[in-house]
Write a protein that binds this ligand. Structure first.
Ligand code: HEM
Length: 414
């Protein structure tokens, strides 16, 4: 309806939120109108915010943290700050403080380091695929897209895999209401969810210290929790317990659900379009560029920034305190940047997408995410090449801050 509405798009923008029902299935037609007719539009919802739809404008904003601060990343609740932990580390800090926190975990998430987890990823994928093949009909979201990356994530973090279900539960509750624009609802959920998570990490850290003191830990820095416990802020001091817990929660938020949603969107397209899937089956060498293309075509995260110094883009002046929302799906389909942007081209090159962000906050987990996505595409297509959408189920998508498909039902082997 919105894509074909004759109302000026700037009027439609006034009532836009990431949760408006009319944009959940497919925001792209509305975003395309914004990009060409009103690239800096204004919504009056949730306190008011500017909607940025052109790729170059988005890139510029991400690369200028001195004008566009990360101190506001969502419009609803203050996330970890709801329980007095302060802004999320490192993602809600600006340079130079941001870099001092970020440096602590960069090498732990380097390409070389995440390769250590590849065998675990392969074994986990094979086990889950065997179960899917045996079942014949599956909810891919719960059968693979959730347990696969979260199992690996637990190992990377150093969280016992036995506790995985608790994390999945927290993640689901947080996603359902914690990101809502309704501050009261979001704050209540986040106080509970992050309160429980803070208790969890506090106990985990205490236990780890006791084990280390008792000489029970061979390599204290073999996982992210250990790296954080032994890391130094600015080569000056260790992190306080409050900072440690805050950082653990943020890495959890960054790493638990993003890959799940990318897997859901990717396999939705591969299950709907046999031609795409056949390209990957006949030429598995395409997997790396295919991953970049799915990341571009369906970027799952919508980012936000708060203006801290006056600036103008496209004739619109932003004042300190203004909020800008980067409509990533609009930027990803910008014809000024990408040729035939509405086509999924598995060989697209170059592909300078912004799915992992840009500038100082560029995703720290991109190597881990790429490794997981590579293993998933390779193993699924090697062992279960035939699958299609199960049309008995409607496929419901969500926009929100984290785009995804709610439940992806597949029929395997036909
Ligand atoms: C395909 C999956 C993923 C996508 C699409 C994604 C996307 C992003 C984006 C867009 C940002 C920048 C946010 C901003 O500028 O405000 C970001 C930051 C971040 N991501 Fe990811 N991410 C993914 C996977 C992961 C994983 C697996 C981890 C965990 C290890 C992770 C950890 C982080 C962290 C810690 C940051 C904050 C970096 C900073 O502030 O310097 N991400 N991610």
């Amino acid at each position: 309806m919105t894509g074909t509405s004759t109302a000026p798009v700037s009027d439609l923008a006034k009532s836009f939120t990431l949760f408006s029902p009319e944009y959940q299935q497919d925001p792209a037609p509305f975003y395309a109108r914004l990009r060409s007719e009103c690239p800096i539009a204004h919504s009056e919802q949730a306190g008011g915010f500017w909607m940025i739809s052109r790729y170059e404008d988005q890139r510029y904003i991400l690369q200028h943290p001195e004008i566009y601060s990360s101190k506001t990343l969502i419009l609803g609740s203050k996330l970890s700050d709801e329980i007095g932990l302060g802004p999320d580390i490192p993602i809600m800090y600006d340079p130079p403080v941001h870099g001092k926190y970020r440096k602590i975990i960069i090498s732990a998430l380097s390409k070389a380091n995440v390769e250590r987890y590849e065998q675990l990823a392969i074994d986990t994928a094979r086990r889950l695929i065997d179960d899917m093949v045996a079942a014949g009909e599956v909810n891919f979201t719960t059968a693979f897209a959730t347990p696969f990356p979260t199992t690996i994530f637990c190992a990377v973090m150093g969280i016992p895999v036995a506790d995985l279900d608790r994390f999945v539960g927290w993640k689901e509750e947080f996603n359902r209401l914690g990101l809502s624009h309704d501050k009261e609802v979001a704050a209540e959920v986040n106080r509970r969810v992050f309160g429980e998570m803070a208790d969890y990490f506090s106990h985990l850290i205490q236990q780890r210290r006791a084990d280390e003191a008792a000489g029970l830990v061979a390599d204290p820095q073999s996982d992210l929790v250990g790296v954080l416990m032994h890391g130094q802020y600015d080569n000056e001091r260790p992190l306080t317990d409050k900072e440690l817990i805050n950082y653990c929660i943020l890495v959890f938020k960054g790493g638990m659900d993003t890959v799940t949603n990318v897997l859901g969107m990717t396999f939705y397209h591969l299950a709907s379009d046999l031609n795409l899937r056949n390209q990957l089956l006949t030429d598995p060498e395409l997997i790396p560029s295919a991953i970049e293309e799915f990341l571009r075509y369906e970027p799952v995260i919508t980012g936000l920034r708060e203006v801290v110094a006056e600036d103008a883009i496209g004739g619109v002046t932003f004042k300190p305190g203004d909020i800008v929302m980067l409509l990533n799906i609009a930027g990803a389909r910008d014809p000024e940047q990408f040729e035939a942007p509405d086509t999924i081209d598995l060989q697209r090159t170059p592909n300078r997408h912004l799915a992992f962000g840009a500038g100082p906050h560029r995703c720290l987990g991109s190597h881990l995410a790429r490794m997981e996505l590579t293993v998933a595409l390779r193993e699924i297509h090697a062992r279960m090449p035939n699958y299609r959408l199960d049309d008995r189920f409607p496929h419901r998508f969500r926009l929100g801050y984290l785009r995804g498909v709610e439940d992806l039902h597949l029929i395997i082997g036909q």
